[in-house]
Design a protein around this ligand. Structure first.
Ligand SMILES: *Cc1c(COP(=O)(O)O)cnc(C)c1O
Length: 357
């Protein structure tokens, strides 16, 4: 493996949609933001962002937080007591990518359910429910990840969210939406964020994914939920001071960076259409509804890390998701001109590496 210092700079970064840099317009908005003490409710820019996101998500109130992970963890801390069970798709971020925070912090654990593309229905919730008995864990929350990141960015249809919410609510469970990429789902489906959000007891969106902000996420829910969430925000050290500098980026992104997500989706589709022309390369999730492409190399015989390194040597970054699986994510800093060179480099790497053994 070449050492990092010897590698060329990254020119096409498809590793994650978190790799965006704030644009000049966003930086200008941040620089001129009115600020105050967030913990005292005196930061006008943060308050404006919270009000705007609450309305966008069809909820009463919202709370600005440093990260999406903290949104998930605080929501679980509010919804769960120790020993409670959380129902989520087996590839969900809260299950595999948050340091087992549900267990470590809330004392709750995740019951992963098999769900192709990370999407399930009310019947799956019903069959995962525990009977009400002393020896059984209490089923407490269902998590809907919109879009489903490790489901290839699949969009939960509104009817599926409604079905899951009906079953959950019928049995006294809360519905939490991990909306890291909810706005990608909104743009791809044409369905308003509110329509998804109001079915949920808590819902958040990430500012640092497709929206292109440097920091932040916003968690929304009913007034009582947000009041309880504030205690955890303080406990976890997520309460801030002049956070308007950061919230201004969020407001700017909501004004400028939502509709353009359609461009990211189109580029992901183009990349998908090009890579499947490479012999042996297939798509793990052929639909490619949003900005995520899972590239399956199994039939080429190439190992994903080897291909990753070959691309990295060309200044192109993807991420490894399995022994033969790569992920490419499009975003604000990926232009139409970046797609064909990526597919060409992948084609050359696969050709070279599959003939090498
Ligand atoms: C990125 C992501 C998170 C966590 O968000 P951070 O802002 O990186 O903490 C949670 N859920 C999903 C689906 C994500 O993609």
């Amino acid at each position: 493996m070449p050492d990092a210092a010897a590698l060329p700079p990254i020119r096409i970064d498809l590793g994650s949609d978190t790799s965006t840099r704030p644009s000049p317009g966003m930086r200008a908005a941040m620089a001129s933001a009115p600020v105050g003490d967030e913990q005292m409710g005196e930061d006008p820019t943060t308050c404006a962002l919270e009000a705007r996101v609450a309305a966008l998500l069809g909820q009463e109130q919202a709370m600005f937080l440093p990260s999406g992970t903290m949104c998930n963890q605080i929501a679980l801390l509010v919804h769960c007591r120790p020993g409670d069970e959380i129902i989520a798709a087996h590839q969900a971020h809260i299950y595999g990518s948050e340091g087992a925070g549900a267990a470590a912090l809330a004392g709750a654990f995740v019951r992963p359910i098999e769900a192709p593309e990370g999407i399930f229905d009310g019947a799956a919730v019903r069959s995962a429910l525990r009977p009400l008995r002393a020896r059984a864990p209490r089923s407490r929350v269902v998590v809907v990840e919109q879009t489903a990141n490790r489901g290839g960015g699949a969009v939960w249809p509104l009817a599926a969210v409604a079905d899951v919410a009906d079953r959950a609510h019928e049995h006294g469970l809360a519905v939490h939406m991990d909306g890291a990429r909810l706005l990608n789902a909104v743009v791809a489906s044409g369905i308003a964020a509110q329509s998804f959000g109001r079915l949920c007891d808590s819902v958040w969106l990430d500012l640092t994914k497709g929206l292109g902000c440097p920091v932040g996420a916003v968690l929304a829910g009913p007034r009582d939920f947000i009041t309880a969430a504030w205690t955890w925000k303080h406990r976890l050290g997520g309460a801030m001071r002049q956070s308007g500098i950061l919230a201004a980026a969020g407001l700017y992104a909501l004004d400028h960076n939502i509709e353009r997500l359609a461009h990211d989706h189109a580029q992901a589709r183009r990349l998908a259409d090009l890579v499947v022309q490479i012999p042996g390369v297939t798509l793990r999730f052929p639909k490619v509804e949003t900005n995520i492409v899972f590239i399956d190399l199994a039939d080429t015989g190439c190992a994903a890390p080897a291909v990753l390194h070959a691309l990295r040597a060309e200044g192109i970054r993807l991420s490894v998701e399995g022994p033969h699986l790569l992920r490419a994510v499009t975003h604000l800093d990926i232009g139409a001109a970046d797609i064909a060179p990526t597919a060409d480099a992948l084609s050359a790497a696969v050709r070279r590496l599959s003939s090498a053994d």
